[in-house]
Design a protein around this ligand. Sequence first.
Ligand SMILES: Cc1cc2nc3c(=O)[nH]c(=O)nc-3n(C[C@H](O)[C@H](O)[C@H](O)COP(=O)(O)OP(=O)(O)OC[C@H]3O[C@@H](n4cnc5c(N)ncnc54)[C@H](O)[C@@H]3O)c2cc1C
Length: 413
Amino acid sequence: MYLIIGASLAGAKAAQTLREEGYTGRLVMVGEETVRPYERPPLSKGYLSGKEPQEKAFVHDAGWYSEHDVELILGRRATHLDTAAHTVTLDGVDELHYEKLLLATGSRVRTLDLPGMDNHGIRYLRTMDEAEALLASLRTGGNVVVIGAGWIGLEVAAAAREHGCTVSVVEAAPLPLHNVLGNELGAVFRDLHEAHGVTFHFEAAVRGIGGAGGRVSDVVLDDNTEIPADLVVIGVGIRPATELAETAGLAVDDGVLTDASLRTADPDVYACGDVARFLSPTVGERIRVEHWSNALNGGPAAARSMLGQPVAYDRVPYFFTDQYDLGMEYAGWVPPRGYDRVVFRGDPSIVDGKAPEFLAFWTKGGRVLAGMNVNVWDVQDQIQALVRTGYAGGTVDLDRLADPSVPLESLVE
Ligand SMILES: Cc1cc2nc3c(=O)[nH]c(=O)nc-3n(C[C@H](O)[C@H](O)[C@H](O)COP(=O)(O)OP(=O)(O)OC[C@H]3O[C@@H](n4cnc5c(N)ncnc54)[C@H](O)[C@@H]3O)c2cc1C
């Protein structure tokens, strides 16, 4: 039996590929959520803004699993893995015996332990249930305080503004997305949100959540600022769900360690999606990518690997976001402060509240490590080719990179 733990995008895509590639044996997928696998990006975008139905988020129709003879066990948690016995225990009770196992356990939100967290009106956003509850709260309007100006915090801020809420964002760093994008692009996202009426509190620490009658009333910062709040949304990042791998003593270091074929040190255990820290042939080191496309593509890659096919999972890390009228794609890999210059192609200024159209490239010593296209489309192939060239040691002329009249493909060696 092939067993997949984690019934979300990575797991569902792996199951689909196993069947497409001709695996006819017993195939079981276990997930602790009670709904069938779905994609999370809409939960902070189309669904949260009230424009898209929940149904659009599901990976497969409800009937797909039985039609493809995939046993979907929902609402159960895998609590123990014994790699020697080839068993996984569910909820400390039932044992499943596997031939090959795929860990697709994804991530869990980081939680905050602050005074006042017992008040009603404090929310996180990871699951469909949480998105449903958050949407209902946003529809009632009022003062929303978002803690954390990462991707989720900013997308929630945008959705809350679209619902007419008053929105404040509290962030420890001096800019939004500071660690992932740096100063230059952090400033673009700050300007975008300010143009849409969001108030930021940067370099701020939350001392506690104030309450009245059991409900949140305000968020208190270290400098005694009190921000009125009817709703507090916490988006301070995630951590990989490595607990199950740890019960088996598999190597874990901010993710389950795998080789480029997404196989762990145990030849019958694989990992993919948010939970995997895999050896990236392009980047040349182990990386963990907590983004949609890595679940979409990593699941199928792991499935092929489980079937004994030669696999080198070599996707350029890719991410997208939508906030207000700004649509963006990003490809590449830049460690915090790992670049020396951002090159813009086009003007990133927000004029009259309108999102700009531009490209940006993170470069080091003339090598392109990552690129972003903002409201410019059909350039991902070229950007990813530049990133691959950069990681292979190739440099580009940065003046030509900035010049919109120079075709990007002409810069690729
Ligand atoms: C609101 C939101 C918006 C996002 N927007 C974007 C976006 O715009 N662009 C982008 O690139 N990425 C986005 N992401 C990130 C993207 O959704 C994740 O990278 C993706 O969901 C990872 O998929 P996964 O299958 O690896 O893991 P997950 O989606 O985390 O799923 C793992 C599943 O495994 C289950 N599980 C864990 N442990 C166990 C266990 N022991 N037993 C049983 N089940 C278990 C979990 O309950 C969960 O259902 C967003 C994420 C969120 C939350």
